[in-house]
Write a protein that binds this ligand. Structure first.
Ligand code: SF4
Ligand code: SF4
Length: 111
């Protein structure tokens, strides 16, 4: 194969009928306010850990809604639980509680 110095990105197409939303449904039951997120990105813009890592509350929720649980958990692990995202959220979502719920859900699954 000829090396052009670039490659075509892997397709990010997601077949929603095949996505396992088990974790997101559990999270939704514990924190119904998760559905009021409008992906405005304010939480990400003010994230303390976001300056040094790839933590982004907005992306974490989008990943969970698409069944990308492992990728979401990797991001949650870098969160410092400072709560700044909760204070700035335009919808008043208890983001910190959601982050804690995600950690608990995964810890329960690992047992
Ligand atoms: S600030 Fe609130 S509404 Fe906006 S993306 Fe973050 S969680 Fe969602
Ligand atoms: S609680 Fe986590 S996601 Fe929210 S601002 Fe702090 S480090 Fe970022």
């Amino acid at each position: 194969m000829i090396d052009f110095g670039f490659s075509i990105s892997k397709s990010s197409h997601i077949q929603m009928d095949d996505v396992d939303l088990k974790t997101f449904k559990k999270l939704e039951a514990l924190n119904p306010d998760i559905n009021t997120c409008m992906s405005c990105g304010l939480c990400t813009a003010t994230c303390s850990a976001g300056n040094f890592t790839d933590v982004s509350f907005r992306k974490i929720i989008l990943m969970l809604q698409r069944g990308k649980d492992k990728e979401a958990l990797q991001k949650v692990k870098r969160c410092m639980m400072c709560g700044k995202c909760m204070m700035i959220c335009s919808r008043g979502i208890n983001t910190r509680n959601i982050l804690l719920s995600i950690t608990r859900l995964y810890n329960e699954e690992e047992k």
